[in-house]
Ligand binder design. Sequence first.
Ligand SMILES: *Cc1c(COP(=O)(O)O)cnc(C)c1O
Length: 379
Amino acid sequence: MGKIQMVDLKGQYLKIKDEVDAGIQNVIDNTAFINGPIVKEFAEHLSQYMGGCYVTPCANGTDALQIALMALELKPGDEVIVPAFTYVASAEVIGLLGLTPVMVDVDYETFNVTVDNIKKALSPKTKAIIPVHLFGQSCDMGPILAFAKEHNLFVIEDNAQAIGAEYTFSDGHRAKTGTMGTIGCTSFFPSKNLGCYGDGGAIFTKDEKLAERIHMIANHGQRVKYHHSVIGCNSRLDSIQAAILDVKLKHLDEYGKARYEAASYYTKQLKAFDPEEKFFITPKELPNSTHVYHQYTLKIKNNKRDELKAYLAEQGIPSMIYYPLPLQEQEAFKPITRAAESLDKSKECAYSVLSLPIHTEMTKDIQDLVINNIKEFYK
Ligand SMILES: *Cc1c(COP(=O)(O)O)cnc(C)c1O
């Protein structure tokens, strides 16, 4: 079976090796390392996949979020609502641009922000909301978008963990996560659901004017070479990464399905073992979103999380804590943040979550080993 890993990028690569290698070699042969034709081709394919929006590839997911905020022309002092339980990047860019992050609590069951929590954070200075589709499932976007519209707020979806997930609105129409808000952002970090072999990211919008502005900002604020109309940055997706992503995009739905099946198996077995949730809580799936399980995350009860993690590690089973501290407890955010309400659920999540190995190459054997060791721990 080999060593169990949180993600198996090698196993995944071996299945598409010929195509990936050819794509990389092609870039080298043409020496079109920066902004080669493959970058544009990949962006077009990704746009089709996302249901037809403007796509600006960029250097990483954090840049994507930063460029999104820059494109919306927010001013220092403007407030941006962000969940307290997320990866730091979602809030970091707000602080970086001199804006004020306003943290809101997440829902204990789904790990995502809800419109009710967002409402409590609204102030006259609120300009934008960054809903994060954490762990691979969409936030309940219908009510969030309606609220944003009512109060004239921009919505920037942090879709770094949920690319490929689909949300169904109450009228039945469906949309890919990352295409519902004003702007959507994603990351192609290697372990993400659509990951390259280095850093990468992309920005989505359906607004043509905004897309132009995003494109310009990612490219030194220039439309015409050496003519800079605004302060921008240098954020590009390498041609080699685009070539790899163009191959992997074709498999993205199949990858999402493999992750979903692995998650379902975990849940079925773990629930059978602990039907009354005495030991842990398995992930909850929203009825109006598909789940692409970027992470399979349990909440461990009775303060046993760290003990269980250590036990599994002794048995050669990795697990990860995404994320050990809620943002309000991070040193960097204390001086700049406004917290609108109690952030207890975010804290509870941070102190109890444990993510199990999940990836596109999971086998029942691997999963049984993980599951049996969890059972063994509770014996
Ligand atoms: C990975 C991630 C990012 C940042 O992406 P990078 O490519 O690593 O910069 C942002 N938000 C979330 C939720 C992420 O998981």
